[in-house]
Design a protein around this ligand. Structure first.
Ligand SMILES: Cc1cc2nc3c(=O)[nH]c(=O)nc-3n(C[C@H](O)[C@H](O)[C@H](O)COP(=O)(O)OP(=O)(O)OC[C@H]3O[C@@H](n4cnc5c(N)ncnc54)[C@H](O)[C@@H]3O)c2cc1C
Ligand code: FES
Length: 289
């Protein structure tokens, strides 16, 4: 399958999408395609509801637990044959010693509804870890900013980061994972309706508490990430943001997840794949449009 000389046209069977494709791919794409074959059946240890429509699933998968970097994600596959595309879900926590991986997901459609019905002892098909992960920097003032189901991947970030850590979490209504974050850092919470913590946006709360320096690590909805980007630019500080795009393959083969990234060329931008070049990007590079 494929050629060994970098970019070129190859023909391969894309089992994921169920049809033959002839497409120009880079060598890494071919490797990604091969890694697709490494999807594994993992045993579910816990699958519990932790908030309205939000579930925490822990499964046993030694290799993912060993290899995962904070900010990476996995593809989770449905059993229903009508839902062939995997669902990308971020890795929330790993327990390397016991080979356990935790994800936290919200029911938004049929795929995540199916996951919520799985029980302890059931098996779930997964592939990963995928994506690039955050670059963790040793810093005096680490600022971690999560919104809704963007909060889960930041738990592993907080666990692994050295130095002082402040966590800002924003939700529409209610909150989850707050106690877990509190084990490792000072935590500030904001909700749109004021039901938990401050009423308003998490970025308003960051301004109120006083973020002036350091490194920002952020994951959440686009408007929140755009506000984090503005704030980082204003303060002249570094920020990494985790983008979310609808995904087909999750492994760099379908070009279904592109985002616009600034580039030094005649048009001033290029496109990158969130699943493979990301999901983490330097906030300075990202064009939200
Ligand atoms: C890198 C990444 C990490 C993510 N991490 C989490 C997480 O930790 N927790 C969590 O609750 N959700 C997360 N999501 C969103 C999650 O993938 C979607 O909510 C889920 O795929 C929806 O599937 P569904 O079948 O329930 O919904 P449906 O709407 O029925 O999905 C239909 C199709 O659209 C895709 N899709 C739908 N919404 C999204 C979305 N927002 N992003 C990407 N694909 C989507 C699905 O993969 C599927 O192919 C993440 C998305 C990405 C891209
Ligand atoms: S989802 Fe297929 S290339 Fe990113």
């Amino acid at each position: 399958m494929g050629n060994d000389s970098g970019r070129g046209t190859i023909v391969y069977r894309n089992d994921l999408l169920g049809y033959h494709m002839s497409i120009g791919l880079e060598r890494e794409d071919i490797m990604c395609q091969e890694s697709y074959n490494d999807k594994v059946l993992a045993e579910i240890v816990v699958n519990e509801k932790i908030a309205d429509r939000v579930y925490r699933m822990v499964f046993r998968e030694k290799q993912i637990a060993e290899e995962a970097r904070a900010g990476q994600f996995i593809n989770v596959y449905c059993k229903a044959e009508s839902r062939i595309l995997p669902r990308p879900i971020s890795i929330c926590e790993v327990d390397r010693e016991n080979g356990l991986v935790t994800i936290v997901y919200m029911i938004v459609g049929m795929g995540t509804k199916e996951f919520s019905e799985l029980k302890t002892g059931d098996k779930v098909e997964v592939l990963g870890p995928l994506g690039n992960g955050f670059t963790l920097r040793d810093c005096e003032d680490n600022v971690i900013v999560g919104g809704g189901v963007g909060a889960p991947p930041l738990l592993e970030v907080v666990k692994r980061l050295p130095g002082k850590k402040r966590v800002f979490l924003g939700f529409r209504s209610g909150a989850f994972l707050v106690d877990e974050f509190r084990k490792y850092a000072e935590v500030y919470v904001a909700t749109d309706d004021g039901s938990v913590g401050d009423k308003g946006t998490v970025v308003d709360l960051m301004r109120k508490v006083g973020v002036k320096s350091g490194n920002i690590y952020s994951c959440g909805p686009k408007p929140m990430l755009a506000a984090v980007q503005d704030m980082a630019e204003e303060l002249g500080i570094n920020a990494q943001i985790s983008l979310e795009e609808r995904m087909g393959c999750g492994i760099g083969a379908c070009v279904g997840c592109i985002c616009k990234i600034k580039a030094d060329n005649e048009v001033g931008y290029t496109y990158k794949k969130v699943c493979k070049d990301g999901p983490i990007f330097d906030a300075k590079e990202v064009m939200f449009e």
